[in-house]
Write a protein that binds this ligand. Structure first.
Ligand code: FES
Length: 650
């Protein structure tokens, strides 16, 4: 656990505790203290100057400071690393405004993922009993009196020693061909790998000697954009390492619909299957290299993904997922040998797929529900995973209803003029000075900005609304006298960074059309939640926890999300973040055959509402096309705060 240090900003005398190693600029953002910052924390705009009054810091640059400023104790806040209790003074040129108004409501800031479970302790979720296990056998050598077949000899020992019954064991021809040689070369001391599937056991591998200390599983979350991998030690459930990469299918289309269209081309499906096989194979190589084992050591894979991604991985035609009435070929899939799918790991591992519910409610959601123990919860919870699609599940251990709505790609940066994925240089946090309208931006990796990602987009629109720069319909107040608001090629726009401070050689702006796209996306997600509640006769007050999964949810600011009407106005302590729930769930299933069966039970028991032609959904969607919502009573706190903030700021 990192030490926490107190950072005090003067002259406003606002303090915040941040973990050791945090940058001073991020501390200012967390404390809602405005410091001008135009290059995203890259150290090149020179605007975020502060004067150190006391305490020790790590300072990694003196760029953009004069000799005199250095002598006077000036630093760039974005390049100061906190390692002590410190007091800094923000000079007037870094504030550009009346200091009293630079502090805004700091309640509810939440960007750090908070686990509802400890990913390190698998026992918190389930009793470990992995899908696959190795068994060491010392067999009696055949004699004339005991000349049963080799496989019967193995099965007899499994039965005698481990109580595994013959009728349950399936052996494929490949293993049968190896058995006579391995048995005799190893003098009948062997290790077999058994993989469970329902009431059957697959004998997937035979090895000479005792290799039971080497048991590994690869857990994979196949996303439309990114693929994540965890290597786990099956003997204790521990995560050994992890890796991620973009889904190589991105070259064939950014979203599931374009991938489905691509799959319908000649050889399109096999190309897409090959590309995801390649991504998984590459990730497998990365994780085994990191751990000093070999691909041969992986016994099985557990994979979760949306329904389209799983169809493509398995080479199953996905086109009817896209056409009304939106039917997948299957929601459940038996284990398959990886080599049959073009995944170059080894010739014995099997791949297990977490089952889906419907075309737009995939195994990634089921996996996330497993990860947060949704099925054992007594209280009503809401599980949300927002990306291009917003998927949500409402319920508890006794019942679950779900829906999925197309939020569009805006929240992931798509369709936004300068929208990009959450990658280095993406503007992820934004604050706006309510007097001067100057932005304070922070980028991922503190690189010069190259665009804006989903969390930065939400921040910007919420700040524009709070500072009275846009109205409830997302339209700019055009009379405001500032260089940051101007008429662009396609209407009014807000300048987040001027060209000299960006890495793309042009101004990064947010247009009115971008704001419209975001409003449509947040409205679809909010409407989906309301439809679920209406269908079961509950209200937001009945929800104990709102569990947010996915990368988008990990870094989004809850208060800003409420301000724009993406999330309901409920107490902040109801929000729980689990990070990549889908990946966590694959690990739980890999370590528990019961949980793998539970996944199938959940997938079969969820009531899924199809929203694409639902009139109530459309009505709710239209009500949401305002900031934060048509009925201001539903966001009373936001409206009160904005009224105060706008009075204060002007
Ligand atoms: S120099 Fe610090 S934000 Fe630009």
């Amino acid at each position: 656990m990192k030490n926490k240090y107190k950072v005090t900003f003067k002259p406003m005398n606002v303090s915040i505790h941040v973990p050791e190693g945090e940058s001073l600029l991020r501390a200012a953002i967390l404390a809602n203290v405005h410091i001008n910052a135009s290059c995203g924390g890259n150290g090149t705009c020179g605007k975020c100057k502060v004067i150190l009054e006391s305490g020790k810091i790590n300072n990694i640059t003196v760029m953009n400071l004069s000799q005199e400023e250095i002598k006077d104790g000036y630093y760039l806040a974005c390049k100061v690393i906190v390692k002590d209790d410190i007091i800094v003074n923000i000079p007037i040129e870094s504030q550009l405004g009346d200091k009293k108004v630079l502090i805004k409501d700091s309640k509810g800031i939440h960007r750090q993922p908070t686990q509802i479970l400890s990913p390190e302790i698998i026992e918190d979720i389930c009793k470990p009993d992995p899908i696959g296990k190795k068994y060491f056998l010392e067999l009696a050598e055949p004699t004339l009196e005991d000349n049963i077949s080799d496989i019967q000899r193995i099965i007899r020992e499994l039965k005698n020693r481990y109580d595994i019954q013959e009728k349950d064991i399936l052996v494929n021809n490949k293993v049968l061909r190896q058995i006579p040689y391995v048995l005799r070369e190893a003098r009948f001391k062997i290790t077999v790998t058994l993989l469970n599937y329902k009431d059957k056991v697959i004998l997937s591998r035979i090895e000479p000697g005792d290799t039971t200390h080497m048991q590994y599983a690869l857990c994979i979350d196949v996303g439309t954009t990114s693929v994540y991998a965890l290597l786990i030690d099956v003997t204790n459930g521990k995560i050994l390492t992890e890796a991620s990469d973009y889904n190589a299918q991105l070259t064939c289309g950014e979203d599931v619909i374009t991938r489905i269209v691509f799959a319908q081309r000649k050889d399109g499906l096999s190309k897409l299957q090959g590309l995801i096989g390649e991504t998984i194979s590459n990730l497998a190589n990365v994780v085994v290299d990191k751990c000093g084992i070999t691909l041969e050591d992986i016994s099985y894979l557990v994979v979760a993904g949306n329904t389209t991604m799983i169809h493509l991985l398995l080479g199953i035609p996905p086109q009817y997922i896209r056409e009304t009435p939106y039917v997948p070929v299957s929601n459940t899939f038996p284990p398959t040998m990886v080599e049959e799918l073009g995944i170059n790991i080894n010739s014995h591992a099997y791949i297990y797929i977490i089952p889906s519910v419907a075309s737009y409610l995939g195994g990634d959601i089921i996996s996330g529900l497993i990860a947060c123990s949704f099925t054992t919860r007594k209280e009503v919870c809401l599980y949300i995973d927002i990306g291009t699609n917003g998927e949500m599940v409402l319920g508890c251990g006794d019942w679950m209803v779900a829906c999925s709505c197309s939020a569009g790609p805006a929240l992931e940066g798509g369709t936004i003029k300068f929208g990009i994925r959450a990658t280095e240089g993406a503007i992820e946090e934004v604050r706006i000075n309510p007097l001067t309208y100057e932005p304070m931006i922070l980028t991922i990796g503190q690189k010069k900005p190259i665009g804006i990602c989903g969390s930065g987009l939400i921040d910007t629109v919420a700040e524009l609304f709070e500072c009275g720069i846009i109205d409830q319909q997302g339209k700019f107040y055009t009379h405001l006298n500032t260089e940051y608001i101007r008429r662009g090629e396609s209407g009014f726009e807000y300048v987040l960074a001027f060209a000299e401070n960006t890495d793309i050689g042009k101004d990064i702006v947010l247009t009115e059309t971008d704001i419209e796209d975001l409003i449509r996306a947040k409205s679809a997600a909010y409407a989906g939640i309301k439809i679920l509640l209406q269908n079961v006769g509950l209200t937001f007050d009945d929800i104990k926890y709102i569990i947010i999964s996915g990368n988008f949810g990990t870094y989004v600011d809850i208060q800003k999300s409420i301000t724009i009407g993406l999330f309901p106005e409920v107490p902040k302590d109801k929000f729980v973040f689990i990070g990549n729930g889908s990946l966590l769930g694959t690990r739980v299933c890999a370590m528990s055959k019961d949980m793998m069966e539970t996944a199938e039970r959940i997938a079969n028991s969820i009531t899924n509402f199809e929203l694409s032609e639902n009139k109530d959904f459309m009505d709710e969607f239209i009500k949401g096309l305002f900031l934060p919502y048509t009925d201001a009573n539903e966001f009373k706190g936001v409206m009160d705060r904005i009224a105060i903030s706008q009075r204060f700021g002007r």
